[in-house]
Design a protein around this ligand. Structure first.
Ligand code: ADP
Length: 392
């Protein structure tokens, strides 16, 4: 059975078509700069990647081209072969704790939650509408980044702010990257050969979050009301003293929008280093003895270590720590520094095993108190699995 996994951003649309239940990727691609000039898309099939320049005025046009590509490449002969289409949605609020089949009510709830994810939720609705028009007979599902974190307790997800902010304005911790945390946790349980586990999963890419997972359920996660909480990220500040915001607004006359932009787009690794948001550039800066790159890396690592220590206590121990996403899968030196910071817990790196990028691996020595794994994430296959569940 063919299942399409779709991830619509404000100006992009990524897709993968799967043969299920084999989980075989038949074709994948990404449309970029939708609604902007110089738009283009790339398609990958049988390991070969082709880029095409084309006008993409909106998501519906992108979706139509996607379908044409499936036909031209003989991946599908008839649209009726696509039984399900799964859409990634960033914010599901407290409404959704699992994947749902799309209905008008589901769409209106996603729309209602747009103020919590102004760039992402409207884009997802645009993607759903485009898919409904172009492939009307497929079952459409929505897979939420927040759903996996809905198992957190009230005392964990509430902030110590006036309670009405929660009841009136839905201010609470929702978390993000849930699909990725769930995927790597499932895989870690396979590697450990049991399901009653205590895991700390570190999704550290450009955006970054950590989760504490007990017996397959999330009990805490570092992102909050929005994805700008917890860890230091490429351009996001993560945890800060909230009063910095009114203080700087008063000092500079910045508007709420400007300060939000500074905390989301000019902070993190970029803000501290003044060089780049990309860990590769920070590593290059460190080689050149750039003091602010060293500082940025040290602050980044310290925050990850602090969260691991916090979750270790909260879980009452830990069966495995997992690294995933861009930095977690690829940065040998950042992983090494984080594990050095975990020495008081008895975690011990195997330097040779850690000399790897983008591959599943155990990177701690056999004497380490806790095994640390690299597990490359795969959010798309999780979307396909959940969607297949409704179609079979
Ligand atoms: P996103 O959060 O946008 O999905 P990714 O998970 O793709 O991001 O992570 C992207 C980040 O991963 C890059 O910004 C870079 O910092 C980091 N990264 C990718 N490759 C490497 C590498 N070889 N070494 C160090 N860092 C890397």
């Amino acid at each position: 059975m063919k299942i399409l996994s779709v991830n619509a951003g404000s100006s992009s649309l990524k897709f993968q078509l799967y043969e299920m239940p084999e989980e075989k990727v038949l074709i994948s691609g990404v449309f970029e700069r939708i609604g902007i000039e110089n738009s283009f898309y790339t398609v990958k099939i049988n390991g070969e990647k082709v880029e095409k320049k084309v006008e993409l005025p909106n998501h519906k046009v992108a979706f139509q081209i996607l379908i044409d590509e499936l036909k031209e490449n003989n991946v599908v002969e008839d649209l009726s072969e696509i039984k399900g289409i799964g859409h990634r949605v960033v914010q599901g609020g407290a409404y959704f704790d699992k994947t749902e089949v799309v209905t008008e009510d589901v769409i209106s709830k996603i729309d209602e939650l747009s103020s919590l994810a102004p760039l992402h939720n409207p884009a997802a609705i645009t993607g759903i509408r485009a898919a409904q028009e172009v492939v009307p007979n497929a079952i459409q599902t929505v897979v939420f980044d927040t759903a996996f974190h809905q198992t957190m307790e009230e005392e964990t997800y509430l902030y110590a702010v006036p309670y009405e902010w929660y009841t009136k304005y839905k201010v609470r911790r929702y978390g993000a990257h849930g699909t990725s945390h769930k995927y790597v946790a499932l895989r870690a349980n396979e590697l450990l050969g049991k399901e009653d586990t205590k895991l700390i999963t570190c999704h550290i890419g450009n955006g970054a979050s950590i989760s504490a997972i007990k017996n397959g359920k999330c009990i805490n996660t570092s992102m909050g009301l929005t994805p700008n909480a917890g860890l230091i990220m490429g351009t996001r500040c993560g945890d800060i003293d909230a009063t910095i915001i009114p203080y700087i607004m008063e000092k500079t006359g910045m508007t709420p929008k400007e300060i939000d932009n500074a905390l989301n787009k000019q902070s993190g690794l970029l803000g501290i280093s003044g060089v780049s948001s990309d860990a590769r550039d920070i590593e290059a800066g460190i080689k050149d003895n750039n003091k602010r790159c060293i500082l940025a890396r040290n602050m980044y690592v310290k925050r990850v270590v602090e969260y691991i220590a916090k979750y270790y206590v909260e879980l009452g121990g830990c069966d495995a720590i997992i690294f995933t996403a861009g930095v977690g899968e690829n940065s040998i030196s950042i992983r090494e520094k984080i594990i050095e910071g975990l020495l008081p817990l008895g975690v011990e790196l195997d330097k040779e095993a850690n000399n790897v990028r983008g591959k599943e691996a155990l990177i701690t020595s056999k004497d380490s108190s806790i095994p640390v794994f690299i597990i490359p994430t795969d959010e798309e296959v999780m979307i396909a699995r959940d969607t297949y569940f409704f179609c079979k």
